[in-house]
Design a protein around this ligand. Structure first.
Ligand code: GCU
Length: 837
């Protein structure tokens, strides 16, 4: 008996590593499950094993077994009773099964649940599979109501992009190596590939581009085309088509031609040959994704051809086979932007490049536009380009991978951010032009090709994205692409029920944290539309506000001693505000009508400028950073309250991340505040910035084997200094002077730096008692390379709660450096209850 229980426990733990995402099909409690009326037999009207209808039959059988513990038979006989019948509309007609349903558009479905009779009709096979997932989602959430409705997508394009490199790494990926590539070829084991397709199908994503937009042309080799065919085969049963990113210079760099001029006959012939080869092996290839003339990538401008010339080359080739081309609007020149020129502005680039090309693209070319004019920042206004392509197909590009939003080490639920874009009314021609419901549906300009792409970057990590709670963003992406007005909180609640079960406390806690998480993140990073304020020339993770200026990347803040912000007005600035349709342009042109949260995006103002909130800009910075850090300081406690309600593995993994986030938010808070206090010379009205009464700075401790140094950027060190061991191998220690804090119970936090390539050892002592030992191994625990430097990416904290301290006690950290880690220490904080510092 003991053996049996052990096995069961191990089995459960293994099942909860996150691999199944929201498709766990966890068994409902008996008293809930007993209310379910489900059919006894499944009739899948297509028995070809590669058909999504067949897949749907299998998935329904598996799901119902998991959720309710009932095993349904699958037959072809549609005459019995208590049936779940699934197929396309054509299948239903051929099988002679009568059904009257409203009109379905491509990929749409009809779901009818009446007693123990269920009917799922897809407009196509994919639609039928979506209907099956919808029914399973209802059952898994213990929703046993009778329904009869049609569901149609808002847009035909619902793609994801992976930025996987062919060597197996992933650009801006935070969850391990690629599931697609290894050592410049496509992996042989397709298990993870088809598991990913299953997740994507369940959120109604219909295509995936599997390689990085910064494309390696060797994806076009014979061997890799064979590999692509295997990927397509693995994904096809799930109704997910594949596409690839192309490198514009491939005819030259890979094909051996002397040119890649898109109008050159030999170049056109070369691409024709490649396209034919690709479609011969992958007949349903969804198409191509192209990044051209951007950030050093080759493109048609090299030959004085237009971007439309470049896009159409691929458009015509793909069209011969029924494919489409997603051509990215993310085109700008990072070498020539000059901050000394007040009128220069990277944000202008997309409209400048594409406005005059409207109507010149092939009808299967879709311009893929990042949601904001710059680059996935914590907040941006919508790209004005959405208003300028009435005669060209277009799609929005979102980012599920949290490149500028905490890289999955910070909990940031993204739909509230996406909603600021999707809900925005651009008022094109003075008429309602809401991005989600009017532009991306194609309705406003009468287009059939429109929609969504999201950069996702799942990796081999069992959690797909590196951490469990980030998966709500992937789930929500699919839901919003289908229905852009869907409510962020409701989507999250569905996801939570599917991912963690029905417990009200679990749902409320995850909602409470997630729904406030983007606001909190924006608060402790970059406020008022100034962008994320991260290290834009490095990993885009920790704080580094000065990296934004004085370089040609164009993510400028123009912060100096007097003021901050980009003047993007027409009357005095870069003119960007004038790229919006008249009503919106007028609103952004004036400080009075620009919302506070985008003030610094559009205007350059003194730090003392008074916001609509009544606060000055600088005081808003300080307050927001304190608020944001305080909000997430509560996350670990909130999550802790779920101990026992969430399985052990996912509970512990999230507790670690949320605790890490709470510490890193303080790093952010202090760095940004210290930086702007320094540059503006204006002190915090509440006396908090650069004043930390509960900290003992390492540089003021007694040092043994340590030396005092500065760091870059300066503001990521409390008190502007840190200590590092004198060499890379000798054990060392720091000790506080006898503490003068009043006797009481404190949380003791140690601020240190955890670098890639090194595992320094640390142990904290309270007088002679060890409070605990740890090592600098965040690169393993967070799962990716943060930095090799002592900076805002590596700055981190560990907290020991509930320590009884009396006056005269001494705290000591004993360390052993290792590798690049010179056991760098910043401070020890001795925090009374309720103090976040
Ligand atoms: C960002 C990102 C790059 C990426 C680029 C793109 O700049 O940091 O890694 O290649 O966007 O979207 O093309």
């Amino acid at each position: 008996m003991r053996g049996f229980w052990l096995l069961t426990a191990v089995g459960l733990a293994a099942a909860e590593d996150g691999l199944n995402g929201w498709l766990r099909y966890a068994r409902l409690p008996c008293d809930v499950a007993k209310h379910a009326r489900v059919p006894s037999t499944i009739v899948a009207l297509n028995t070809t094993e590669t058909s999504p209808v067949y897949t749907a039959g299998q998935e329904l059988q598996k799901g119902i077994k998991g959720i309710l513990g009932r095993r349904l038979n699958i037959t072809r006989d549609a005459t019995e009773s208590s049936l779940l019948i699934i197929g396309t509309l054509d299948d239903f007609n051929t099988a002679g099964v009568d059904t009257e349903i409203p009109e379905l558009v491509e990929d749409g479905f009809w779901l009818s649940v009446k007693g123990d009779a269920v009917e799922i009709v897809g407009q196509n096979e994919r639609g039928a599979l979506y209907g099956a997932f919808q029914y399973l989602s209802m059952l898994a959430q213990a929703n046993f109501t009778e329904v009869a409705y049609a569901s149609n997508p808002s847009a035909s394009i619902r793609w994801v992009n992976q930025w996987d490199n062919m060597d197996g790494t992933i650009e801006r990926g935070y969850a391990g190596l690629s599931i697609f590539f290894n050592n410049y070829t496509i992996v042989s084991n397709m298990t993870r590939v088809s598991q990913y397709a299953r997740l994507l199908a369940s959120i109604r994503v219909n295509a995936i581009v599997i390689n990085n937009v910064n494309a390696n042309p060797t994806i076009l080799s014979e061997t890799n085309i064979e590999g692509l065919a295997r990927v397509a085969d693995a994904m096809r049963p799930w109704g997910v088509r594949i596409g690839i990113s192309l490198n514009f210079a491939a005819p030259q760099t890979f094909g051996g031609l002397s040119t890649f001029d898109p109008l050159d006959e030999s170049v056109i012939a070369w691409w024709s040959g490649i396209t034919d080869k690709l479609y011969a092996r992958v007949p349903d290839l969804a198409g191509f994704l192209v990044k051209a003339n951007s950030e050093g990538q080759p493109g048609p401008l090299t030959y004085n051809r237009t971007l439309a010339d470049g896009a159409n080359l691929f458009g015509r080739e793909a069209k011969r086979h029924g494919g489409i081309v997603m051509f990215r609007a993310f085109v700008y020149d990072h070498l020539t932007l000059d901050e000394n020129n007040w009128k220069d502005d990277r944000a202008n680039a997309a409209v400048d490049y594409f406005r005059d090309l409207d109507g010149q693209f092939e009808d299967n070319v879709v311009v893929q536009i990042k949601y904001g004019p710059i680059d996935f920042q914590a907040r941006e206004p919508p790209s004005p380009l959405f208003a300028h392509l009435p005669n060209t197909a277009s799609a929005i590009e979102l980012q599920v991978t949290q490149e500028y939003l905490g890289q999955q080490c910070h909990l940031v639920y993204l739909p509230p951010l996406w909603r600021t874009i999707l809900n925005f009314d651009l008022r094109v021609g003075g008429k309602r032009s809401v991005i989600g419901t009017d532009i991306l549906t194609g309705r406003r300009f009468n287009k059939t090709l429109a929609g969504y792409a999201a950069v996702v970057n799942v990796g081999l990590n069992a959690t797909w994205l590196g951490t469990h709670l980030s998966m709500s963003n992937l789930y929500a992406y699919g839901r919003l692409a289908w229905e852009p007005t869907a409510d962020s909180a409701e989507i999250l609640d569905d996801w939570t029920r599917l991912t963690f079960g029905l417990d009200a406390r679990v749902r409320e806690t995850i909602a409470r944290m997630s729904l406030i998480s983007w606001e909190a993140y924006e608060n402790y990073t970059g406020n008022l539309g100034v962008q994320t304020l991260t290290d834009i020339t490095g990993p885009h993770y920790g704080p580094n506000p000065q990296s934004m200026d004085n370089n040609p990347w164009g993510q400028w803040t123009r912060a100096d001693a007097n003021g901050i912000g980009m003047d993007r007005t027409v009357w005095n600035g870069t003119g960007f505000a004038g790229q919006y349709p008249a009503e919106v342009a007028a609103a952004f042109e004036s400080i009075d009508t620009t919302p506070d949260d985008l003030l610094l995006w559009f205007h350059h103002v003194p730090y003392t400028h008074v916001l609509k909130s009544g606060n000055t800009v600088i005081q808003h910075f300080y307050d927001a950073h304190y608020n944001g850090a305080e909000t997430v300081a509560a996350f670990p406690r909130q999550w802790e309250s779920l101990r026992g309600l969430v399985d052990q593995q996912r509970f512990e993994e999230m507790l670690f991340r949320l605790t890490y986030q709470a510490g890193h938010a303080i790093v952010w808070r202090d760095s940004i505040n210290q930086f702007y206090a320094n540059i503006s010379g204006i002190t915090d009205a509440h006396g908090r910035v650069n004043h930390h009464p509960w900290r003992v700075e390492a540089e003021h401790m007694q040092l043994d084997g340590y030396r005092v140094t500065e760091v870059t950027p300066f503001e990521v060190a409390s008190g502007l200094h840190i200590v590092q061991t004198v060499d890379n191998s000798t054990a060392a220690r720091v000790s506080t002077a006898p503490l003068t804090f009043p006797a009481g119970t404190y949380d003791v936090a140690v601020a240190y730096y955890d670098l890639y390539e090194g595992r320094a050892q640390y142990e904290l002592f309270h007088n002679d008692k060890s409070l605990g030992a740890w090592e600098g191994n965040n690169e393993e625990r967070l799962g990716f390379t943060l930095t090799r430097g002592i900076d805002g990416h590596s700055a981190t904290r560990i907290t020991f709660p509930g320590i009884e301290i009396v006056e005269g006690d001494v705290l000591r950290v004993e360390t052993t450096p290792q590798g690049r880690e010179t056991a760098p220490l910043d401070y020890i904080a001795v925090l009374p209850a309720g103090v976040v510092d």
